[in-house]
Design a protein around this ligand. Structure first.
Ligand code: XBP
Ligand code: MG
Length: 253
């Protein structure tokens, strides 16, 4: 078994609960600004999460849930503009400090830094969103702690395709066996496991019922000292919060 060299973090749902109170709200603000009467409530948004990527999600919505809408001639530019507006609203929400990191995330990242463990971000979301989240939660220079930010349209086939993991590993000069992924969703683990990267899952409200049979450990959150995680599947090796020692044990087993 290869030694663990790097932690690969998904962003949305894993580092922070960004979807319901972040992305969803920003989409709705962009629709309103564009004079559209579309409104993505929490339940509908759960269905729309089947498709990753904001531009892809807007198209999916129109194809499946709003077929009456007459698409403008310049439809690609229309979707792109709407999505740029959504990104502006979203990054502003983050800059306002509205979305905190999930339990244990900051502690694990700090521990990894102290121990010289390599780290990368592997996500579907737009690069500006990653910058905004890291800066607003971990501090202005925190993006530099991550060797690679694999995000957005860098690869055309977004999660659940493995391409973004392949791209990140190639940039880092690592094999899949030398890394471990942190994900929260079905599309996330489909992507990481198709790239043969072992995966630890922390679920959230939108993903609790997803299929995580390919995961090596499934938790409700990463936990903190005095705030134990609940183990939903896998071996927690007697630990009650996720530290680097447990990550290494999961990777080795
Ligand atoms: C995240 C996503 C993203 C965000 C929206 O998936 O699905 O599409 O919801 O981001 P993952 P953009 O956590 O698996 O990376 O609007 O910037 O595309
Ligand atoms: Mg995610």
């Amino acid at each position: 078994m290869a030694n663990l060299q790097a932690l690969l973090f998904d962003v949305d749902g894993t580092l922070a609960d960004t979807e319901k109170d972040g992305h969803r709200v920003a989409f709705n603000l962009a629709f309103e600004k564009a004079g559209l009467d579309w409104n993505w409530d929490e339940a509908l948004y759960g269905e729309l999460l089947a498709v990753t990527g904001g531009k892809e999600r807007i198209r999916f919505y129109l194809d499946q849930f709003n077929t009456e809408f007459v698409k403008p001639d310049n439809f690609d530019a229309f979707v792109k503009g709407l999505h740029e507006s959504k990104t502006d609203f979203y990054t502003q929400l983050l800059a306002d400090g509205l979305i905190p990191l999930r339990p244990g995330v900051e502690r694990l990242i700090n521990e990894a830094r102290e121990q010289g463990m390599r780290m990368a971000v592997v996500t579907t979301t737009t690069p500006a969103n990653v910058t905004a989240l890291l800066e607003s939660t971990l501090g202005p220079d925190s993006e530099s702690w991550f060797e690679v930010i694999a995000a957005g349209d860098i690869v055309p086939a977004k999660k659940p395709a493995p391409d973004i993991y392949h791209w990140a590993l190639e940039q880092m000069g690592l094999t899949a066996a030398e890394a471990i992924a942190f994900e929260d969703s079905s599309n996330g683990i489909l992507s990481s496991s198709a790239a043969d990267v072992k995966t630890i899952i922390t679920i959230n409200d939108y993903t609790a019922e997803d299929d995580f049979s390919a995961a090596h450990l499934v938790l409700d959150h990463m936990g903190e000292p005095g705030q134990a995680f609940n183990v939903l599947a896998g071996n927690h090796h007697g630990h009650d919060y996720l530290d680097l020692e447990l990550v290494k044990k999961v990777h080795a087993n």
